[in-house]
Design a protein around this ligand. Structure first.
Ligand SMILES: Cc1cc2nc3c(=O)[nH]c(=O)nc-3n(C[C@H](O)[C@H](O)[C@H](O)COP(=O)(O)OP(=O)(O)OC[C@H]3O[C@@H](n4cnc5c(N)ncnc54)[C@H](O)[C@@H]3O)c2cc1C
Length: 550
């Protein structure tokens, strides 16, 4: 069958010697898993892409020389994006063209630029291409295989299950009962009553009608079980701070377990493109960063328990116990709280009822593709809202941003403001807020209030809300000291009346010795991926000091 052919890598270069050399090296490194297709000009390559896609075959990677007569590499890659939006993109450049290549990172969403010559390929070519192909393969597998989930797009349950599967990187295919004939057929074959949707059909053929996230997680066996009676370190929360602590803790010989309530990656896992994290010049998607960090933590020996909720911490003598609900708990010498924050809910009429049915909180990634040719609204003016608007603009016909302040400048990074200004289908309404949401079973309209309190109605298909965050620390009430907003105090701020030791708390130590905090959940922390990663790794060195004194 055509679709079972190996995915393709398409190389284009007008210089026959370079084209031959790069194709030869690619065939040597990747020929067993990928077909290498060649073209000698941009237009020839575009025809080739259409032909291959027309046969329903996959294209994993595009490699193009920048200097080509007729059509430059960047021009070709922009046009190619329309045909194969998911393929990874690499530009071949001479040293003198480095600036053009860096500019292309934004223009083309370039994944990498490769300097000619790439000798030896084992060092200069293979690792880069391998990394891009692994990332592509992980994404392609997610959308093609495994679980089939059938439901109504505007159902809260369907949304929660899709989000859970995507964020836990479970290969799954979403089938919309209203739009997909295959969905209707499968529902019929599986003999599921339309009232019992959503339904998940697992790889072994078992059918789960209206499963909860916990039931699906259990059936898929993805939560994991602790293997030890006692740990040096229990980490609560698997965002960047928790994952960094898991990597450093395990690599430095601590028996480490990380407990995550939803899916590794935390808030960062929901970001479509993190552009300011050191070492990723082309940006990195949150799910890719989460996948890399999770693999790294596991490889170094950390245990990861997902879809598990820490509901309390008990200090007992020198021991620290993290309760997981029921009568399950984890025993440890130290605990790191890295439970981060989550979006505040919009408290206006209609929003609560329509959550998951057109109103979404930070869930742009799962829903973006379903928004093609639709009008969507993004509420908020910070970087997370800006990233969502940029990503949604690729699919939606129009994106309207509702921003409370007089401009984006106070709340958003300059690079994102520029990107948004260049997008013809994104409109920014400042000094404007949503005051009500309406719709019959799914979001249909928003009532908005603009400058001078003038009110009007907007017809919308979906609305993504990014209006600030509150910490996940309610489960620690009465155990560690928090500020008036619930963020956890650490270091000198945590030295209150009850502090039992002679020494001061270490910088990331809470009001209970041996319980540390890192990342967004900490009072006065910088709310960024890099700082969360920095604090997670730094916490491990402080934990070593604490353990040395025990
Ligand atoms: C859409 C979006 C885009 C962003 N873009 C950028 C960007 O481009 N650059 C940048 O620097 N920053 C960005 N940020 C901010 C950045 O993602 C956060 O600062 C960072 O993720 C904080 O990391 P953290 O580990 O402290 O917490 P989080 O990422 O919030 O992770 C906390 C984790 O703990 C889990 N958890 C909470 N309570 C419990 C419990 N009781 N038991 C078990 N698990 C629990 C949660 O499920 C979550 O997975 C973005 C944020 C969002 C939402």
């Amino acid at each position: 069958m055509a679709s079972e052919r190996r995915p393709a890598i398409v190389v284009v270069d007008d210089e026959p010697a370079v084209l031959a050399a790069v194709s030869r090296d690619l065939r040597r490194g990747f020929g067993e898993r990928f077909r290498i297709l060649r073209a000698s000009s941009g237009s020839e390559a575009l025809d080739l892409l259409r032909e291959v896609r027309g046969r329903g075959e996959q294209i994993a990677l595009l490699i193009a020389d920048q200097r080509m007569p007729g059509m430059a590499g960047t021009e070709y890659l922009i046009a190619a994006r329309e045909i194969v939006p998911d393929a990874k993109r690499v530009l071949l450049t001479a040293y003198a063209d480095t600036e053009a290549a860096i500019a292309a990172i934004n223009e083309v969403s370039l994944d990498y630029y490769l300097l000619k010559p790439w000798d030896p390929p084992e060092e200069q070519l293979f690792p880069v291409v391998e990394d891009l192909l692994t990332t592509w393969t992980a994404g392609a597998a997610l959308e093609s295989g495994g679980v089939r989930l059938i439901g109504h797009r505007f159902s809260r349950e369907s949304h929660e299950l899709r989000d859970f599967l995507a964020r836990n990187r479970v290969p799954a295919r979403w089938l919309d009962i209203e739009r997909d004939a295959e969905a209707r057929e499968l529902r019929h074959v599986a003999d599921v009553d339309p009232e019992r949707l959503p339904v998940a059909i697992l790889e072994d053929g078992s059918v789960l009608e209206r499963p909860t996230v916990a039931e699906l997680a259990e059936r898929l066996g993805i939560s994991g079980q602790p293997t030890s009676d006692h740990y040096d370190l229990v980490i609560v929360g698997g965002g960047p701070a928790g994952l960094a602590a898991a990597v450093y803790g395990a690599s430095e010989g601590l028996r480490t377990v990380m407990v995550e309530r939803e899916a590794p990656g935390g808030q960062a896992g929901q970001s479509s493109r993190i552009e300011n994290y050191l070492g990723f010049p082309s940006g990195v998607s949150g799910s890719d960063l989460a996948r890399r960090a999770t693999d790294q933590a596991r490889r170094l020996g950390a245990e990861l328990l997902t879809v598990r909720d820490a509901v309390g911490v008990r200090p007992e003598g020198a021991g620290r116990f993290v309760d997981l609900g029921g009568d399950e708990s984890l025993s440890a010498n130290t605990v790191l709280i890295a439970s981060g924050v989550s979006y505040r809910q919009l408290d206006a009429p209609g929003f609560a009822d329509l959550t998951g049915a057109g109103v979404y909180y930070g869930a742009a990634l799962t829903e973006a593709r379903s928004c093609s040719e639709q009008h969507v609204v993004v509420i908020g003016g910070a970087n997370s809202a800006g990233q969502a608007a940029v990503q949604l603009s690729e699919f939606a016909s129009k994106v309207t941003m509702l921003v409370r302040g007089p401009s984006l400048a106070q709340s958003m990074s300059h690079y994102l403001i520029e990107q948004i200004a260049n997008l013809a289908n994104v409109e920014v309404l400042t000094e404007t807020r949503a005051v009500a949401a309406s719709g019959n079973g799914r979001l249909e309209g928003l009532r908005i209030q603009g400058p001078g309190d003038a009110e009007s109605e907007l017809e919308v298909d979906a609305c993504f809300v990014f209006i600030g965050a509150s910490p996940h620390t309610g489960w620690l009430e009465g155990i560690v000291a928090r500020d008036d907003k619930g963020f956890i105090l650490a270091g000198s701020d945590a030295r209150g009346d009850g502090w039992p030791l002679q020494r001061d708390p270490y910088v990331l130590e809470t009001s209970v010795p041996g319980i540390f905090v890192a990342g967004d959940a900490r009072a006065r922390s910088v709310k960024r991926v890099a700082s969360a990663v920095g604090e997670g790794s730094m916490a491990v060195s402080l934990i070593h000091r604490y353990l040395d004194d025990m």
